[in-house]
Ligand binder design. Structure first.
Ligand code: ADP
Ligand code: MG
Length: 243
């Protein structure tokens, strides 16, 4: 099957720093690709290039067969095909869980209120929060807020979902409920690119693990191979520090 998302030769500089040196990566439909690497290795920059929150200096971001990093592409249309979930949930504090989800639907897809609410409720139901639809973010736990953020992204029915350390801001006891939702998404066939430090999740749910260091993909492979038989010295050192 052709990849649903393909990054080809991405470069991104911040001043003198090569945040992405030459990153190529492809994600097949329904695949969960897990990205790990030290802090500052370019993981967030790579994800942000996928939906053009950062514009790469060089390279292509081919989404569903089209280079969305090329000049003249309708970015709003392309971004609707990519859902993103951040470490900080970024919910509007003055809007209910449901209103946070429907706002995206009404703004991005221009759905009428009733249809947006029906779709919003279905999305909240998928993350197990239909009964919290009227709660304000302040009345939800961190794990629940992150599940609302996932519902908000999913409601747009994107082709790919990007996750940037989705559990890093959570108390440890709240991590599993978010990972469980992500596993359900994967089981339902969602294509996912996940930056995280949750190695147990990578072992249990990833189709492929990509190790980045200093703005480059150093090594990639199935989780067992990456964790049991790392080939590069840099990956071995990274894993031993985290063990
Ligand atoms: P990671 O997510 O792997 O921790 P990042 O992609 O956030 O890494 O950052 C990669 C490098 O680029 C880091 O050295 C970081 O300081 C730098 N960087 C990221 N964003 C910017 C920016 N907007 N301006 C300047 N430097 C940045
Ligand atoms: Mg980061």
């Amino acid at each position: 099957m052709p990849p649903i998302l393909e990054l080809i030769g991405l470069r991104k500089r911040f001043g003198a720093l090569d945040a992405l040196a030459d990153v190529s990566l492809s994600v097949a439909p329904g695949e969960l690709v897990f990205v790990l690497g030290p802090s500052g290795s370019g993981k967030s920059t790579m994800l942000r290039c996928c939906n053009l929150l950062e514009r790469p200096d060089e390279g292509a971001v081919v989404l569903e067969g089209r280079d969305i990093a090329a000049r003249g592409v309708d970015l709003d249309a392309a971004r609707k095909r990519i859902g993103m979930v951040f470490q900080a949930f970024n919910l509007y504090p003055h809007l209910s869980a449901l209103a946070n989800v429907t706002l995206a639907l009404r703004k991005a897809l221009r759905l009428p209120r009733a249809e947006a609410e029906a779709r919003g409720m279905a999305a909240l139901d998928r993350v197990g929060l239909a009964d919290k639809a009227r709660n304000m973010p302040g009345q939800l736990s961190g794990g629940q807020q992150q599940r609302v953020a996932i519902a908000r992204a999913m409601a747009l029915e994107p082709a790919v979902m990007l996750f940037d350390e989705p559990t890093s801001a959570l108390d440890p006891e709240l991590v599993d409920e978010v990972l469980a939702v992500m596993r359900e998404l994967r089981a339902a066939g969602m294509t996912m690119l996940v930056v995280s430090h949750e190695m147990r999740f990578a072992r249990a749910a990833a189709d492929r693990v990509v190790f980045m260091d200093r703005g480059a993909v150093v090594e990639q492979g199935p989780p067992e191979r990456i964790f049991e038989a790392p080939r590069s010295e840099r990956l071995r050192a990274f894993l031993s520090r985290r063990a």
